[in-house]
Structures are given as structure tokens and as C-alpha cells.
Design a protein around this ligand. Structure first.
Ligand code: ARG
Length: 464
């Protein structure tokens, strides 16, 4: 990156060049150059429209478009000299265009401003990112459905307060993550609609005196609508905040999921194995196999929450319309999108490779009196009020704790000490299978319901 004589396209009213440090301090090219493709796309649409509006002639338009395409090739070949003194991606590309095609290059900026240009570029960029992220969510959800289907009958302890609560099927547990991701998907689809509106034509803040035809650029760029107010168009970044909010929720979900994977792979739980390729070892403790991927995703959630807070703070004090503050929107937004995309990618790759340890999950479910609620429900069916049943089962559990027996391990006589209503049909409800099979309604943990939910999930994904 070279720093040469100071600018530039706005130098006319200045009597001394910008201080070299200030030039670096105010420049954004180091990070906004990644918008180059969308910047060029926007410029090609703008030039096309200017010709149709009679502002450029055909030769000028063609020269501009060919020049922009050559510049894109230069950038992609790594041959573009990004200059900090040219501030940002927009002026770097425009200056290079003029280098290449001469004076006609200077006509490209007719009827627009960097203010509507950058607002357009970020929206185009974010729209693409959202599409990639949606694809990764779907891939992860496919993995969850596959695993849930295979584990529809696998019983594990379900927890509340991280204490054994009731048996659930592992498939059912996995589908809880599927549901959360479905809502994340919906939120991003919704955010995409508001991202996909075109500010181009707002110019600096008030619109432009040229006979621009915004419907043309809107159509060429595939926007769904044209922004209805030029002041709002150049200054608002609520779509970026909305994206970071949706991304934060998705990362929060992935972080919770990570926490479970970390717990489940620990020697204390041993519910699952993660393949070695998603883990690393320790340089000092030879036995270690650390679940780095989920740990990192859990840690990275903080970056995205930070981006959300950063962008809200960035916007809250700004008067209309564009302010240079807005240049600070990019790094948090880029980082949030990169982090979410990479985290989803890692999870989508990793989830189908999770190896459940069915026997260990089952043993864990047999401990901790996980079928105590089933015994209470059984007594309710025998005609007792639920509160009394709760009390009776409480006594039975206390006896179990003292004698080291789970409910299903007690004899009928032992159980009958607590209620005469208990007969030998009780053992059917005290088994793990009896417990999960009994929760047989939409959203319940019964294997049959897991299979039905997997089916609904497959249909949902097929409709995307
Ligand atoms: N680099 C600037 C940004 O990211 C582009 C817009 C600059 N506009 C201006 N009037 N200085 O926001």
C-alpha cells in the first residue's frame, strides 16, 4: 500500500495537503477494499443508467464499463495498488479508472456521491453474505436431522438446572437445536428484505439534479425496492444493526450448543465423541483431547455481541444525514458476518461426525431418579391428587437415595410402602422406554414424535 501526495478528488478548496497521519487516520481502504466487487457492480449499474438517462453517451458508458471490468480483474490478480492517500475503495477504483480510460473516468461520479455509493455497496455485500450464511444454516440443520433420525430411540437424561430431570431421546434433544436454527434462518430472511433496498440515487443527501432513473439501477442490481428518502438512504445503518442482532442470536444459540458439546465430551459425561479432526491436544498433558471448535465458537459469540453494541452506539448520536462516523460501521459488520459464517461452517462440518455413546447416555438416564415424574403421573392415573403423588414419590426417592436404588430397581413391596395404589403395572412406567414413549404428542420426546419432527424438518428444508 503506498502513501503518496495527498488527495485528491476533493482537493479543490484546500490550501494545504492533508497531514500524513490524518490521511491514514481517516482512510478506510485497508478494510473497505473487500467491497470492491460490489462497488464495481454498483458503478456499472450507475453508468448503464446514466447512459439511458442521456447523461453519458454510449462510448463513454462502454469505456467506463470495460475499464471497471479490467480493474476488477487487476484486483483479483493481486495487481492493484491500493493507495491510502485515496482514502477508500471508492476513490481508489475511480482514480484507477481515470488512469486507465482518461477523462471519461471522471464522468462516472455524475449524479452520485460516495455517501449513497457506500450505503449501496454495503447492502449489496451484506445481501450476498446473508445468502451464504443461510446456506450454512441449512447445511447444519441437515446434519442435525440426520443425527436426530439415527438417534430417535437413544435415551439420555434430560436436565433442568443441569440436574437429571426426565429421560429424553437424544434425537429430541438435537431437534431443539434444529428449532432454534429455524428461527435464526427466519430472522435473517427477514433482515435480508430490509437490507435489499436501494439507497443509490440519494446522492450526498438531497438527491441529484440529473434526470436519474432509479428504477433502472434498482432492477440492474436486483434490489427489491428503492429507498424512499434520500436523507435516510445515505445515513441509516439499521439493516446492519439488524443483521448483527440476528447474528448475535444465532451465535448465542451456537454458544449454548457448544457448551453442551464441551460438557458431553468431558470425562465426567462421556455422552459423545468428537472426531479428532475437530479437536486438539495439549502440549503438556498427553492424555488431553480438547473440544477446541465448540470452545472457540462459544468464545467468538462475544465478538458478534460486541459488533451489535458497537453499531448501536455508533448510530445513536448521529444527526442526519451522512457522518464520517459511519465509516466505522464496516469492521464490526464484516467481523460479525465472518464470525457467524465460519462458526456455522465449523458446526455444519462437525455435527454429522458426532459419535453418540448410547450405552453411557442410557446409564446416566438410569441414575438420578429420572422417572420420578412418571411414578407421580402413574399415581394420578390411579385417582390420587398430583400434589399428594409428588409427596409420595418424594419419600420413595429419599428411600432410594438411602439404599442406593433407583425407582425401577425397587421391588413391588418396597414401592408399596409408599402407596397401596402401586401394583405390578408400575414397572412399565418406570423404564426409560416407558417414560419417553408416554410423551407422545407434538413437541414431545417419544421416538415416534422425533421421527415425525424429522419428517417435518426435511419438508421445511426442501421448501427453501
Ligand atoms: N469511506 C467512506 C465510508 O465508509 C465513504 C463515504 C465517504 N463520504 C464522505 N462524505 N466523506 O463511509
Amino acid at each position: 500500500m503506498s502513501v503518496e501526495k495527498t488527495n485528491q478528488s476533493w482537493g479543490g478548496r484546500f490550501s494545504e495537503p492533508v497531514d500524513a497521519f490524518v490521511a491514514r487516520f481517516t482512510a478506510s481502504v485497508d478494510f473497505d477494499k473487500r467491497l470492491y466487487r460490489h462497488d464495481i457492480m454498483g458503478s456499472i449499474a450507475h453508468a448503464t443508467m446514466l447512459e439511458q438517462a442521456g447523461v453519458l453517451n454510449t462510448e463513454e458508458r462502454d469505456a467506463i464499463i470495460a475499464g471497471l471490468k479490467d480493474i476488477q480483474a487487476e484486483i483479483e490478480a493481486g495487481q492493484f495498488d491500493w493507495r491510502v492517500d485515496l482514502e477508500d475503495v471508492h476513490m481508489n477504483i475511480e482514480a484507477r479508472l481515470t488512469d486507465r480510460i482518461g477523462i471519461t473516468g471522471k464522468k462516472l461520479h455524475t449524479g452520485r456521491s460516495r455517501n449513497d455509493q457506500v450505503a449501496t455497496d454495503i447492502r449489496l455485500w451484506l445481501r450476498d453474505e446473508i445468502d451464504i450464511i443461510l446456506g450454512e444454516i441449512t447445511r447444519l440443520q441437515q446434519g442435525l436431522l440426520g443425527l436426530a433420525e439415527a438417534e430417535a430411540e437413544t435415551v439420555m437424561p434430560g436436565f433442568t438446572h443441569l440436574q437429571t430431570a426426565q429421560p429424553v431421546t437424544f434425537g429430541h434433544h438435537l431437534l431443539a437445536w434444529f428449532e432454534m436454527l429455524s428461527r435464526d434462518y427466519e430472522r435473517l430472511v427477514d433482515c435480508r428484505k430490509r437490507t435489499n433496498r436501494m439507497p443509490l440515487g440519494s446522492a450526498a443527501l438531497a438527491g441529484t439534479t440529473y434526470p436519474i432513473q432509479r428504477e433502472i439501477t434498482c432492477h440492474l442490481l436486483g434490489f427489491e425496492a428503492i429507498s424512499g428518502n434520500s436523507l435516510d438512504g445515505v445515513s441509516d445503518r439499521d439493516f446492519a444493526i439488524e443483521f448483527c442482532a440476528a447474528a448475535s442470536l444465532a451465535m448465542m444459540h451456537l454458544s449454548r450448543f457448544s457448551e453442551e458439546l464441551v460438557l458431553w465430551t468431558s470425562a465426567q459425561f462421556r455422552f459423545i465423541d468428537l472426531p479428532d479432526r475437530f479437536c486438539t491436544g495439549s502440549s503438556i498433558m498427553p492424555q488431553k483431547k480438547n473440544p477446541d471448535v465448540p470452545e472457540l465458537v462459544r468464545g467468538k459469540s462475544g465478538r458478534v455481541f460486541g459488533a451489535l453494541t458497537g453499531l448501536l452506539t455508533l448510530m445513536k448520536g448521529q444527526p442526519l444525514a451522512y457522518n464520517k462516523d459511519n465509516q466505522e460501521d464496516k469492521e464490526p459488520l464484516f467481523d460479525a458476518a465472518d464470525t457467524l459464517r465460519d462458526s456455522l461452517r465449523a458446526f455444519a462440518d462437525m455435527v454429522p461426525a458426532i459419535k453418540p455413546k448410547r450405552e453411557i447416555m442410557r446409564e446416566a438416564a438410569l441414575r438420578g431418579f429420572s422417572t420420578a415424574t412418571d411414578l407421580a403421573d402413574y399415581l394420578v392415573r390411579k385417582g390420587l391428587p398430583f400434589r399428594d403423588c409428588h409427596e409420595i414419590v418424594g419419600h420413595a426417592v429419599k428411600y432410594g437415595v438411602d439404599t442406593g436404588k433407583d425407582l425401577a430397581e425397587m421391588s413391588l413391596d418396597e414401592l408399596r410402602q409408599f402407596s397401596e395404589q402401586i401394583t405390578d403395572d408400575v414397572f412399565a412406567v418406570l423404564t426409560l422406554e416407558g417414560s419417553v414413549n408416554a410423551r407422545d404428542h407434538i413437541g414431545g420426546t417419544a421416538p415416534a414424535q422425533v421421527r415425525a419432527a424429522v419428517q417435518r424438518g426435511k419438508e421445511l428444508l426442501a421448501g427453501r
